[in-house]
Design a protein around this ligand. Structure first.
Ligand code: M6R
Length: 368
C-alpha cells in the first residue's frame, strides 16, 4: 500500500536512499574491496573483455548512458550504449570478448530480451542488471547483479533508475578492481563516496518543497527543455522523459554543447529551460555551462538551474536555483535526478493526471 503517500511514485521517490543503500549492502567490504555474488563470470573472462555494449530501453537506457562515463573512466574499456530496440537490427559487432550489459527493472522488456538473445547467439557474454528476481532477462544471462530496489509500482521509473545507476557503478568498479587498471586507491575512494550517497539523496529529498511549488506554478507550460553536459546530458534526457510520460508536456533533453548547432533556435521569451550544472570543481565543464545559461537567458528563457551546494556563480542567471549536495561528478545523477522526478510528478498531479498510471503506458513492455 501507499503508506500515507498520495501516489506510489511519491513513495518510491522517498524510498530512494534506502533502495540505493540496499543495493550497496553486502557488496562493499571495509577494505574497499567489492564482492558481487551473482557475477558468474570468472575473473579471467572479465579480464579478457575488449568491449562493453549496454542495451536497455527508456529510463534504463539513460542509466546506461551514465554508466558509460563511469565505466570507461574507471576501466578504460570502450563502452557503447544502445537502445535495445535498435541493437539487433543493425548487425552489431559482437565477439566472445564483448560483454553485453542488459539493464532492465522488470527483466521482462521484450526489446531488451531480444537484444540479449541475439548477443548470446553471437557468443558474447551477457550480464543483466535487474530488479526482479528470477525474471526472464536474468534467467537468460550469464551473470546478474540484482538491484535491491523492491517493487516499483508507478509506471514512471524512479528508484529503479537510481539503483540501476548504483549497480552500474558497482560493476564498473568491480571490473576496474579485477582488471587492475586503476589504482586501488581510486576504487576505494569512490566506494566510500558511493556508500555516503544514500545520506546525500535523503538530504536532497528534504529540500523538495520549492521544486513542488515551482512545478505547480507551471501548469501552463507547453514545452520544457532540459540541458546538461557530461552525465548531465543523460540526466536531461531522463528529466524530459519523465515530463513527457507523466505530464504529457512536450519536453526535450539536449547536450548543452549542441545548443548552437540548432536547438538554440527554439529559445523564446519565457520558455522554461532546466539546466543541470556540473560541479565547479570541474571548471572546464562548469564554465561552459554557465555561458550556455547566459546565452539562453539573454534570449528570454526562464532558467531553472540545478547546481551543487555552494555554487553561486550561476545565481545571477537563474530564475530558479536548486542546490544539491556535493558528490563527485560521476555520482551526481544520484542526487540531481531527484528534483527532476519530483518536478514531473508534481506538475502532472497539478494538471489532474494519474501519476502512477499515465495514459498509453504499461509498466513492463512485453511486446516489441
Ligand atoms: O523494465 P525495464 O527497465 O526494462 O523498462 C524499460 C522502460 O520501459 C522503462 O524504463 C520506461 O521508460 C519507464 N516508464 C520510464 O519511466
Amino acid at each position: 500500500e501507499k503508506g500515507g503517500y498520495d501516489w506510489f511514485m511519491q513513495k518510491e521517490i522517498a524510498e530512494q536512499p534506502q533502495a540505493v543503500a540496499d543495493t550497496l549492502l553486502g557488496r562493499v567490504n571495509g577494505q574497499g574491496r567489492l564482492k558481487l555474488d551473482e557475477m558468474r563470470l570468472s575473473e579471467d573472462e572479465l579480464r579478457a573483455i575488449t568491449k562493453i555494449i549496454v542495451v536497455a530501453c527508456g529510463t534504463a537506457y539513460h542509466a546506461g548512458l551514465i554508466a558509460k562515463y563511469a565505466i570507461e573512466h574507471w576501466t578504460r574499456v570502450p563502452v557503447e550504449v544502445e537502445l535495445a530496440s535498435e541493437f539487433r537490427y543493425r548487425d552489431p559487432i559482437l565477439t566472445k570478448d564483448t560483454l553485453v550489459i542488459a539493464i532492465s527493472q522488470s527483466g521482462e522488456t521484450m526489446d531488451t530480451l531480444m537484444a540479449i538473445r541475439h548477443a548470446r547467439e553471437q557468443h558474447s557474454r551477457v550480464l543483466a542488471i535487474c530488479n526482479t528476481n528470477g525474471s526472464t532477462i536474468p534467467r537468460e544471462s550469464d551473470a546478474v547483479v540484482y538491484t535491491h530496489g523492491g517493487p516499483e509500482i508507478g509506471v514512471a521509473s524512479t528508484k529503479a533508475f537510481l539503483t540501476q545507476l548504483t549497480a552500474c557503478y558497482l560493476v564498473g568498479l568491480y571490473l576496474a578492481q579485477v582488471r587492475g587498471v586503476k589504482f586501488n586507491d581510486e576504487v576505494e575512494e569512490v566506494l566510500t563516496q558511493l556508500s555516503d550517497s544514500p545520506a546525500a539523496i535523503a538530504e536532497t529529498l528534504n529540500r523538495m518543497e520549492p521544486i513542488r511549488k515551482l512545478a505547480r506554478s507551471m501548469v501552463g507550460a507547453r514545452t520544457v527543455l532540459f540541458l546538461g553536459r557530461h552525465v548531465g546530458y543523460p540526466m536531461a534526457l531522463e528529466g524530459a522523459l519523465k515530463l513527457k510520460e507523466l505530464a504529457y508536456i512536450h519536453a526535450e533533453g539536449f547536450a548543452a554543447g549542441e545548443l548552437k548547432h540548432g536547438p538554440i533556435a527554439l529559445i523564446e521569451q519565457d520558455l522554461p529551460v532546466v539546466v543541470v550544472v556540473p560541479s565547479p570543481k570541474r571548471p572546464l565543464l562548469h564554465d561552459k555551462i554557465v555561458s550556455n545559461i547566459q546565452e539562453i537567458r539573454a534570449r528570454g528563457a526562464k532558467t531553472i538551474v540545478i547546481a551543487e551546494d555552494g555554487d553561486d556563480v550561476v545565481a545571477p542567471y537563474a530564475d530558479f536555483l536548486f542546490h544539491v549536495p556535493e558528490l563527485p561528478i560521476l555520482l551526481q545523477p544520484l542526487v540531481a535526478t531527484v528534483p527532476l522526478q519530483v518536478f514531473a510528478a508534481e506538475l502532472a498531479d497539478a494538471l489532474g493526471y494519474d501519476v502512477d498510471q499515465p495514459r498509453n503506458l504499461a509498466k513492463s513492455v512485453t511486446v516489441e
